[in-house]
Structures are given as structure tokens and as C-alpha cells.
Design a protein around this ligand. Sequence first.
Ligand code: NAD
Ligand code: TDX
Length: 376
Amino acid sequence: MSDVDTPAHAATAQQVLAAPRAPRCLLVTGGAGFIGSSFVRTRLGDPACAARIVNLDLLTYAGNLENLAGSVEEAERAGRYTFVRGDIRDQALVERLIEQHGVDCVVHFAAESHVDRSIHGPRDFIETNVLGTFAILEAIRSRRATGHDVHLHHVSTDEVFGSLGATGFFVETTAYDPRSPYSASKAASDHLVRAYAHTYGLSTTLSNCSNNYGPYQFPEKLIPLMIANCLEGKALPVYGDGQNVRDWLYVDDHAEAVWLVVTRAAPGTSWNVGGRNEMKNLDLLHELIAVVARQAGKDPAALHGLITFVKDRPGHDRRYAIDCGKIERLLGWAPRHDFAGGLEETVRWTLANRAWIDRVRSGAYREWIDRNYATR
Ligand code: NAD
Ligand code: TDX
């Protein structure tokens, strides 16, 4: 059964596997990024997960092996974790890794992920998000032709559904209506995944998640940028009127949702994931300022004084809101962090990891990567 002909509210237990899928070896793409590294850390720390992990990441500006420092070394020594610097667009490489490591499941996070960058330079988004996903699908199709089936879980976003008015929610069967080069490239990749499942019989699942936040998020996205600027006394740039609404989810809760879908969801199904936590950007910023001021011992009024309204993002989507009732009802997923707790945790992490932020903001993290990985 596929979601194409199953309205979300009518989704049934048939969309859940009778027996859990138990991958022996996962190929995680983009595992050095923000959400991919959370997935790698949580899986390696989960005693119920015995899968080996091959992490394929190109280490673009958004990839940082420091996101995994302290979490992978023991698994690496035990032969349970391998890092490969490489490009998902390299189909031959993906095929070779699948064959060499006996990969039976690909969890595909790698992407260009920042909307503003997609507006300034869309090409990388088409190449990585569309052609990269295409190369992975072709690699899996080619393995299938030799009798080896590999399941693909494709990590997507709520932005493919477009922009909502004041009411309503995105469900799994909401028609796609992407409106930025980023969301259009993600929508294209989602369509390719579903087309390959339908045409070639590939086993695939898909998840569409709302805005994530938490440790190791690249400080170009709203929350880490605002925290870093508060700490450095820099302007807090609010696009437009600051009334745009996003639904926020703590990153590790997304990683758990992906794992539940990987292990429990029937092929051909897709799953919306969200925090049931809609906020206007300006309200979020006020809450964040209160937390930073308290934890960092700063004057809240001075931080409020840093708020600067700037020119709006072109085509800025007004409101995203996810109905995640299906994954809650059928897979029993529930976020472990509420927004207040998640925000406290994120600010605490940032204060305890100023060196990480400083190295990313100064560009120093690139020198280490280039020195250690230039020849791989
Ligand atoms: P990120 O930008 O932090 O990380 C992306 C990772 O992919 C980086 O490690 C980068 O080096 C790697 N990468 C990029 N191009 C590559 C290529 N050609 N080959 C191999 N690796 C490559 O992104 P993120 O925020 O962690 O997002 C991960 C996934 O989740 C993306 O598919 C994104 O669309 C999706 N998503 C993100 C959010 C969010 O709020 N951040 C929400 C929903 C869905
Ligand atoms: O400086 C800023 N000022 C500002 O007002 C930035 C960086 C953002 N914003 C606004 C734009 C959005 O309304 O804050 C909101 C959140 O912006 P981003 O953090 O850039 O996220 P968004 O554009 O909503 O997209 C995110 O969620 C869905 C991720 O970047 C995507 O990868 C994910 O798919």
C-alpha cells in the first residue's frame, strides 16, 4: 500500500511492518552534518541497534567531523563505524561502498539544506539534492539487478508542501507546492524516490520533518545564529515582520523518528514528523533571549536592543505546520523534548562548546578537515 492512495487519516496498521526491519549495515549519507551526526551518535549509543555504520559525507562547508568527536572512536576501533569522505553524486562510489560493506539500508540525509543559500546560488541544490539522490537510486537499482536488495530511507522536509495560511496542517497526502529552489530540489528528490519504488520495485520510505534545532546546528540557521550573535553582541537580523511561523523539533527526536521509520515502516510509506510547536519567529526570539540572558548572565534589555528588522527573504514562506498524527498513532513516536527544555539544552550546549562555535564561525574547522582529508 502506498501513501499516494491512502489519506493520512485513514492510514492503517498495514503501513507498519509485521516484524521490524533489522539492518546489518547502514550507509548514512551526510552523517557529519547537523541531523545526520545526531542520527549516527544516537544509533551508536543505542544498545538495541547492532548495525554497522558507514558514514559517507563530502564534508562541504556544513559537514564537520568535530560533530562526531568522542562518539565514534570506540565503534571505529571495533570495526562498527567507518567514515568515507566522498560525494553522493559518485554512483560508482556509492555502489562500491554498498557492495564492500554489505550495506542493506541507506539512510539519506546528505543535502544542501539552507534556504537563503539556495536563493543566492541554486545550482549546488539541484546537483546535490536532485542528482545526488538520483545517483543513490541508480546505485541501489544496479545492486538490485544483481539480486541484492537495499532499503532506502529518504530524509525530506515539510517545505515541499509549500506555505500555509493562518490555519490548517500538512498531512502526508498534502499536494506538493515547493516555493524556493531548496524546497523544489527536495521535492524533486522525493518524486524520484517514489518513482523508483513504483517503477523498479525499490524498497523505500520517506519522512518529511519540520524545523530542527539543537547541538551542532550550523550557525547560519535561525536559532544557532541568534544564540551566537547574542553571545557576541551582534545584530539579531529578523526577516520581514518576524511573523512567519515555523514548527520546531529537537534534533535527537527527529533522529529517533527516522530510526522508527527505518525499522518499522512498510515500503512505499511516508511519514510526517513535527514538534506540534508552532511559533512566530519574533516570539521565538524573545523566548531565546530570555534563556540566553539567564544562562549567560547578560542583560535581556541589551539583547532585545540587538533585534534588527531586515529586508525579507525573497518568496519567504509564511507558515509551516505539520500534522504528525500518523507517526504518533502507528509507530508510537513522541518527542522527548518540549520546546522550553530543548531550548535550555541547546543554549547550555552552546555555552559549554564555545570552541566549536568559534571554530565554525572563524572557518578554522576547515583547516583541520583539509589537512586530514585532502588526499582521501
Ligand atoms: P546540514 O547542511 O547540516 O548537513 C548536510 C550534510 O550533507 C553535511 O555534512 C554535508 O557535508 C553533506 N553533504 C552535502 N553535499 C554532499 C554530497 N554531495 N555528498 C555527500 N555529502 C554531502 O543539513 P541538516 O540540517 O543536517 O539536514 C539533513 C537532511 O535533513 C537534509 O536532507 C535536509 O533537507 C533535511 N531536513 C532538515 C531540516 C532542518 O531543520 N535542518 C528539517 C527537515 C529536513
Ligand atoms: O537570520 C535569519 N533571520 C530570520 O528571520 C534567519 C537565518 C532566518 N530567519 C527566519 C526565516 C524563517 O522564517 O527564521 C525562520 C527559520 O529560518 P531558517 O533557520 O533558515 O529555516 P527555514 O528556512 O525555515 O528552513 C529550515 O527548516 C526546514 C531548514 O533550514 C531546512 O533545511 C529544513 O528543510
